[in-house]
Each structure stands twice: as C-alpha cells, then as structure tokens.
Design a protein around this ligand. Structure first.
Ligand SMILES: Cc1ncc(COP(=O)(O)O)c(C=O)c1O
Length: 349
C-alpha cells in the first residue's frame, strides 16, 4: 500500500469521506455510457469525445479541448505544452501540481518547479510571484508559466483574485494555467459562469471525476495551437486511448446533471461542520467551509484511533495526524452527515 495513513476496512463501506473521487457512477450515468456512440479517438473518430471536448471548451470560453485520462495527465500535458526543457513553472507551494503529481513536469519535461508561498485562503501574493520570477540571466532557468488552482483545499478563489494573479503572470511574460480539478465547485459557489472565472487565464484543466462524479477523465482547454501541442504530448505519455466515448458520455452526462447539485455537497459540508463544531475535544470552524471540504483538528495522537474505530463501522476517513479532511460528494446524503456527527461525538463522548 502506497497511500500513507488512509483507512481501509474489511467491513462493507457505508460512508466514504476520503475524497469526492470515490463516487460510484449513477444508474443513469451508466446508461448514458452504455449507449454512447464511439470510434477510435486516436484517429479523432470518436463523436462522443469530440462532443465533450467542444462542450467543455465552450463552457470555459476557450478555443479547443482535449479529453485526457486524469487531472494529473491534464496538468502534465499543459505544463509540457507550455514549456521546453530548462524552463520553469511558478506554482503555489500547497498546490497539487507541486506536491501531488509525482514531480511529472520535472521528471518527464525537464521543467523546474519554483514554489510560491500560498496563503491560508489558498491564494498567492502578486509580490511573491514577482519575487519568484527569474531575471533574464544565464544562471537561471527561464520562468515560463504560472500555475493557479481553484478550488484550493475547498477554498474558492474569486474572479478578482484569479484576474489579479493572471495579470501579474502576464505582466512578467508568463503564460497562465489553472488547475480546475474542482473549478465547478467554485463556479457554483460564486454563482457566476465558468467562462467568467477563467476568462483571463490561458489554459484550464477541468476534472470530471471529482465532484462531477464520473469514473475517469479530465478535459484540458486553451488556444487551438496549444491543444495541438498538448495532443502530441498526450500520445507521448501513453494517453492516446481508443473507444473512450463510453467515458466521454459520462462526462457529458455529468455536465448536464451534476453541476447544480454541487450546492447540495456544499450544504452538507456546512451541516457537517456545524454538527462537529458541537463536539468537545475536536475543533471545526463552520466559517471556514466554502465548498465540499471540512477540516477537523484533533487532539494529539487521536487520529489513528478515530480512523480505525470508524473504519470498523464501515466509515472511511482520509489521512492526517493532527487534521483530517472530510469531503462531501454525490454519495453523501444528509442522513450520512447526521450519522457521521453522531459516530464522532460518541467516540469522543
Ligand atoms: C487540485 C487537484 N488537481 C489535480 C488532481 C489530479 O487529478 P487525478 O487524480 O485525476 O490525477 C487532483 C486530485 O485529487 C486535485 O485535487
């Protein structure tokens, strides 16, 4: 097992709060997948993939889209399509591209990653970006790309903040990419259009298999020439897939049916935080909850005991020794939230 501190259980799973990636495709989504028209996507022949790519490009107000296997592959195709070997990307030091993608840009692209301090709300300060950009000096890697993220650990990055950071990047001659693994959570929370949120960034990765609830897939969007380069890189990293209209159909279904309902996940997360805030010995602040993530601070040494206790009852929590993240999603109901609050308060009570 290569996943530090994440609970497993031999019990039937009643409730899985580790991530919004754990959702099961619904019966209607499976039906849409089964009925999808497909073709060989390496030849560009899959009508459902083509429809999904066009649909996401339009949703995000960009020229073209590329369906890829995962969010990680999408960000990798993006960084490699933006950069050459010896270039550098600036990225928030808590962001997924920097911490959680196995160093792919460096390993496979010869691209250096320069971390920029991230604030508690998940943003970066323009002055920190400016200080991290390298001068035009033979000693330095060439700063080429600024990577943003939205949401960041459940925190919504506002349109004003994204625009300010994008303007900072552009003013320093950087292209700007946004990892929008959970972009639609931010869009629903901001009650605006997705295109507006990403208007001033050049390229965006949108995951379909987080809150949107598909079994796999992400779509990378941007200018047509960028997507042409990313398409070649997708092939290079072994991501040219064939009759994947079955997966793209799940994505189209999710765009039709699973965006507005993200508000339910946000409501459930708030309800959960309000319930847990009543439990003595742990600390949860409902004011910190913006979308579908709740962070629970635990007394020293309590995390493993709680995780194991709940796992024996078929409830899975994510890793962490002082803090555990709880994520609401398509398969978490209001009753599940009530159950979890009761179980945690009984454990500490
Ligand atoms: C912010 C963010 N970006 C990118 C990814 C990568 O997505 P995937 O797991 O599909 O590779 C994740 C996955 O959890 C994520 O949280």
């Amino acid at each position: 097992m290569m996943y530090a501190g994440v609970a497993k259980t031999n019990q039937p799973v009643r409730l899985d709060m580790r991530s919004d990636t754990v959702t099961q495709p619904t019966a209607d989504m499976r039906q849409a997948m089964a009925g999808a028209a497909v073709g060989d996507d390496v030849y560009g022949d899959d009508p459902t993939v083509n429809a999904l790519q066009d649909r996401v490009a339009q949703l995000l107000g960009k020229e073209a889209g590329l369906f890829v296997a995962t969010g990680t592959q999408s960000n990798l195709c993006a960084t490699l399509a933006h950069c050459q070997r010896g270039d550098e990307i600036l990225v928030g030091d808590s962001y997924h591209i920097f911490r959680d993608e196995a160093g792919g840009a460096a390993v496979l692209g010869g691209v250096m990653m320069a971390p920029v301090p991230t604030t508690s709300s998940g943003t970066m300060r323009p002055e920190d970006i400016a200080n991290t950009v390298k001068p035009d000096d033979a000693h330095c890697a060439m700063s080429r790309l600024l990577c943003l993220e939205n949401t960041v650990a459940g925190n919504v990055q506002t349109v004003a903040s994204i625009n300010q950071l994008a303007a900072t990047g552009h003013a320093h001659g950087l292209a700007v990419h946004l990892d929008g693994a959970r972009l639609m959570n931010a869009v629903v929370k901001l009650n605006t259009s997705a295109a507006k949120v990403v208007e001033n960034v050049d390229t965006v990765s949108l995951c379909l298999s987080k809150g949107l609830g598909t079994p796999a897939g992400a779509v990378l969007v941007g200018p047509a020439d960028f997507i042409r380069r990313a398409h070649r890189i997708r092939k290079l990293v072994g991501g040219g897939m064939r009759q994947i209209g079955v997966l793209a159909a799940a994505g189209l279904y999710a765009l039709d049916h699973h965006i507005d309902r993200l508000a339910d996940d946000h409501d459930n997360a708030l309800r959960l935080a309000e319930g847990l805030a009543q439990v003595a010995s742990i600390h949860v602040n409902p004011d910190d909850v913006q979308t579908n993530m709740v962070f629970m601070q635990l007394p020293d040494g309590a995390a493993d005991g709680l995780r194991n206790h709940l796992a024996e009852r078929g409830i899975l929590l994510g890793g962490g020794s002082k803090q555990i993240r709880l994520v609401t999603h398509l398969d978490v109901t209001q009753d599940d939230v009530a159950l979890l609050v009761t179980e945690i308060s009984d454990y500490f009570g």
